[in-house]
Design a protein around this ligand. Structure first.
Ligand code: SF4
Length: 973
């Protein structure tokens, strides 16, 4: 059978299956073979023991679902729990999971390595020497909890709420910990988002009021990716499989990536632009659509806020759509193919080809940019904004094959308790210099502490390793070693990491198969809920046991965070006098602490439409259903919610303003879905915003201040960024005009498909596949330096240098170099992860730091015989240590690209050498601070931040107000 015939048969089978309302298991095996164990047999699944071959020995399994925690996608996993030993034999895909549909990347099954890792942390540890000295004693959970709870209680009692901070890398859950913090009344949430995706979020939020795109790749005719989505992009596996579905149906794939990524190799058109020029190319495409009338005129007329733009920016003109169209033509006329070609260094005819392909997409145009160019460049948020401009021009918004706002393809159920917004504002995370930042200025924390802007009494990190992951790691070490800046540092982590070495407590937390979470992500046009669970708990409960505490089933004393936070909350306020304990109290057994069964049973019974009925059909409670199948699809094909008519009973005494915004006196209906939606201002008479007028009808519109797609962001204009109020091109901090002739751009952000930040270093299968990160350098560039593959080169940044091996390739633009993320893990002592961490010597002289490798990895004896077979010694180089902070003045995003000098290494340079001067880091920090437009000077209404912009943990509204001048601290913080 030809591939084409096979695809046709698969396609026909999918349509038939979906028409019956059933989940289609993709792949040819759906036709002829069982691709996955049918769920009816998950209690007793039989496979032959491969190790017993040629004897045909049967092994019987219980198949228990959970979700992968190795990236943000949260794909479904099925644990094969041996019924005899109650051990997990392997993890495979869960076919009942609507997002991943039974498929995983290599990191999913490698969860098994993480669970069985002989180097993992199994017991709570307390520091027994100086921070970073590597001396630890095992302590009881009780002792650690009492100590930490007492500190927090004291801080709260003394009004030092802002000295409690929780800093999360990968949340992997929807809001549980934010609510815990809110219950304590602290504004202490800190995230990794500003080193990850803030700029892309800004680009999307200023357009549509929600900060993530949800592309319907599977149904697209044209897909434009500014990312390496097929190997490592955002919602990687769920999206990648849908991109490939669309390609199999004939969709065209356009990829912008300076490197020849795996994704680029699958593209119909691969554009390798000068880093930072992406918005110029996108605007040239937009200009082509505009000048040639190839846009969806009616969509633009109905859904862009062009009337507001005309009224504010061109009050002298009569407001007409035709007049706006003329202005639009003029606005973008300079973005010709030739101009973009000069900026991007690619042929004009290639940009024209991209424009022509995009123009054929109609409303089936899906696009995505998450990290990549948005995260690399200052002004990178305009890359996402100009990319979405193409969708907005084509009308490919919330259409089949188009791009949806994320909240429409996501479901966050209402929990058992919703504590009030904290009554305070924390300037250590939300400083007034960055009023429009999408998330906390997390990576500036060491500098803020050094500035004397604040002090931390209790600092938690969770699935986060800022010394390694963030830029400027030596400044983090300096802050962590200063006990007057951070009183008690608690690292919640399953494995050793570079930051945990400087902790006071290291508390062992579970991997993806050892903890509870719920989550829902915008993988496609549907809404689903996934359930992560400790699989051995579920397996033993299936056998009739009662488990009260997840530590009963996890290895050693490994816990899970849900139970940890509930217990800590309980202990902070043991008698309830602080008003905190009630948020951790059982409703079924008042006076007792809330347990995870009650917590999740409440949600599944009360807040997930259709789940109780679906579970009842199988004779299960909703919690039993989720423990058995691990996911539930709430709805499919959400469609264009902005076109929904507002019902008459929501329109009591409504008023329409001059831009068609409609305000009502009807109170907001209670909704089970609590996805953060911007809180939009009402009118001056106390009505709330409810939608927009469209002819005779009143429609829901978009959750933006105008209710429409904001081609013109009045928010940006009002808060001091008038020149960027419409989608435009901002020249990056690494634009060729700003580089010296001997400088190159370093791309430092790309992921390898089989590793994930610092979490996967304890997965031996993954480490064997990928364990180093040579510098990609073009053939011509290498020749000019007289460097060949394997030679050492020095890469000099603004603050220091690192020494790395060269990899000479044609797969990158000449003059640009690239070094992958994930590698260069290190440890100071023997404790630590031994499969992917080198042992290093760390030296300091004043502000000068150096790190030199003493030993790479090698085989070692452990309960796992594979560790003796480790054959690799090289674990790559930790480049992020040499990067200073580059906070984008609008989005707050750290702009990752570096202007570097690459030269041959010196005679005594060794692979992995690092040298940095943190005083220079301070200078760069201060220089970038000057680029900001602080709320003090630019707030149009005396507040710190536009209230409608999303914020993970939102303080009560009155705390948005800037304090009066006399209340300011000397540092202005
Ligand atoms: S894409 Fe891979 S790492 Fe990410 S959740 Fe899915 S299986 Fe896990």
């Amino acid at each position: 059978m030809s591939l084409k015939e096979l695809n046709e048969r698969v396609s026909a089978a999918r349509k038939e299956t979906e028409a019956r309302g059933e989940t289609f298991y993709p792949g040819p095996s759906r036709i002829h073979l069982a691709a996955f164990p049918p769920k009816e047999r998950w209690d007793d699944w039989v496979e032959l023991d491969s190790r017993a071959w040629p004897e045909r020995r049967e092994r019987r399994y219980m198949l228990v679902p959970t979700t992968c925690f190795n990236c943000e996608s949260a794909c479904g996993l099925l644990a094969y729990v041996d019924k005899e030993t109650l051990g997990v034999q392997k993890f495979e895909g869960n076919p009942e999971h609507p997002g991943s549909r039974g498929r995983n990347c290599a990191k999913g099954p490698a969860t098994l390595n993480q669970v069985t890792d002989p180097d993992r942390i199994l017991f709570p540890l307390k520091r027994a020497g100086g921070r970073g000295e590597g001396k630890w004693v095992q302590v009881a959970w009780d002792e650690a909890l009492e100590d930490i709870a007492a500190r927090i209680r004291k801080a709260i009692r003394e009004g030092r709420h802002n000295e409690v901070m929780y800093h999360v890398g990968r949340p992997g859950e929807d809001g549980f910990t934010e609510r815990i913090l809110a219950s304590w009344g602290v504004d202490g949430h800190n995230s990794h988002t500003n080193i990850c995706s803030s700029s892309a979020r800004a680009g999307y939020q200023f357009w549509m009021g929600l900060d993530r795109p949800s592309p319907d790749h599977a149904n697209a005719r044209v897909i434009l990716l500014i990312s390496s989505h097929l190997e490592s992009g955002h919602y990687f596996n769920p999206h990648a499989q849908r991109v490939m579905d669309a390609k199999a149906e004939g969709a065209k794939l356009i990829v912008f990536d300076t490197r020849l990524s795996h994704t680029a190799t699958h593209a119909d058109v691969w554009v390798s632009p000068q880093p930072g020029s992406e918005a110029a190319i996108l605007l040239a495409v937009a200009n082509y659509l505009i000048q040639n009338g190839l846009y969806e005129r009616e969509f633009v007329r109905r859904w862009w806020n062009w009337e507001e733009y005309m009224a504010v920016e061109h009050p002298e003109l009569e407001t007409s759509f035709e007049g706006f169209e003329e202005i639009l033509k003029n606005l973008y006329a300079e973005y010709t193919f030739d101009y973009a070609a000069r900026e991007a260094g690619v042929p004009a005819r290639q940009i024209e080809e991209v424009a022509q392909i995009v123009s054929t997409a109609g409303t089936r145009f899906s696009s995505h940019n998450w990290r990549s160019a948005a995260s690399g460049n200052s002004g990178g948020w305009q890359v996402a904004r100009t990319l979405f401009l193409l969708n907005a021009l084509l009308g490919a918004v919330a259409t089949e094959g188009g791009v949806f706002p994320n909240a429409w393809n996501k479901f966050v159920p209402k929990p058992i308790y919703t504590p009030p917004h904290p009554p305070r504002w924390n300037e250590l995370t939300w400083p007034r210099e960055y009023p429009l930042a999408m998330n906390e200025l997390s990576f500036l924390l060491p500098h803020f502490l050094k500035d004397g802007r604040g002090h931390l009494d209790v600092y938690f990190t969770r699935v986060y390793n800022p010394v390694w992951t963030n830029p400027d790691g030596f400044s983090w070490i300096e802050a962590l070693q200063d006990e007057s800046a951070i009183g008690c540092y608690v690292a919640l982590t399953p494995t050793w990491n570079e930051t945990a070495y400087f902790a006071d407590y290291v508390l062992p937390m579970g991997h993806g198969s050892e903890r509870h979470d719920i989550h829902s992500y915008e993988t496609h046009d549907s809404q689903w809920l996934g359930f992560r669970q400790p699989v051995l708990r579920a397996a033993r409960e299936r056998q009739g046991e009662q488990i009260k505490d997840t530590r009963e089933v996890n290895p050693g004393e490994v816990w899970e965070e849900n139970e940890f936070w509930l217990e800590l909350t309980w202990r902070i306020d043991p008698d309830g006098s602080l008003g905190i304990r009630k948020f951790a109290e059982s409703q079924k057994s008042p006076g007792e602490r809330l347990g995870v069964d009650e917590y999740y049973a409440y949600i599944f019974e009360n807040s997930v439409p259709g789940l109780p009925e679906r579970a009842a059909r199988e004779g299960l409670t909703p919690l039993q259903f989720m423990r058995r199948y691990g996911a539930f699809e709430i709805s499919r094909k959400t469609g264009a919610l902005y076109e929904q008519e507002v019902p008459a009973d929501e329109l009591e005494d409504f008023r329409v303003d001059r831009f068609g915004r409609v305000y009502t006196r009807t109170p907001k209906p209670a909704s089970v879905n609590v996805v953060p939606i911007p809180v939009l201002d009402g009118d001056s008479e106390g009505r709330r915003f409810v939608g927009v007028r469209d002819g005779e009808r009143i429609l829901r519109g978009f959750p933006t201040p105008s209710g429409r797609l904001e081609f013109y962001s009045k928010t940006l204009a009002d808060w001091g960024w008038h020149e960027y109020a419409v989608p435009t091109y901002i020249k990056s901090h690494v634009h060729p005009d700003k580089l010296n002739p001997d400088q190159s751009v370093l791309i430092s952000t790309f992921r390898l498909p089989v590793q994930i930040h610092t979490r996967s270093a304890n997965a031996k299968w993954l480490d064997e596949i990928a364990h180093t990160n040579p510098l990609w350098i073009h053939t011509t560039h290498a020749r000019s330096l007289r460097v060949k593959t394997g030679d050492l080169v020095r890469v000099e940044t603004e603050t220091g240098y690192f020494v790395v091996k060269a990899w000479v390739t044609e797969g990158i633009r000449p003059g640009v170099v690239a070094c992958s993320h994930h590698m260069g893990r290190w440890k100071l002592h023997e404790e630590g992860q031994r499969q992917l961490m080198a042992t290093v010597a760390l030296e300091r002289e004043g502000s000068e730091w150096s790190l030199r490798r003493e030993r790479g990895t090698s085989g070692y004896e452990s309960p796992d015989p594979d560790t003796a077979r480790i054959w690799w010694a090289d674990v790559g180089v930790h480049q992020n240590l040499t990067f200073p902070v580059h906070p984008d003045p609008v989005s707050g995003m750290h702009c990752w690209h570096q202007a570097v000098r690459v030269r041959k290494a010196e005679a005594d340079d060794r692979h992995g050498d690092i040298h940095v001067d943190t005083e220079k880091s301070r200078e760069v920090y201060r220089a970038w601070l000057q680029f900001t437009r602080p709320a003090d000077l630019h707030s149009p209404d005396g507040t710190r931040r536009p209230y409608w912009l999303l914020r993970p943990l939102k303080p009560a509204r009155e705390f948005y107000r800037l304090p009066a001048q006399e209340e300011l601290s000397p540092e202005g913080a």
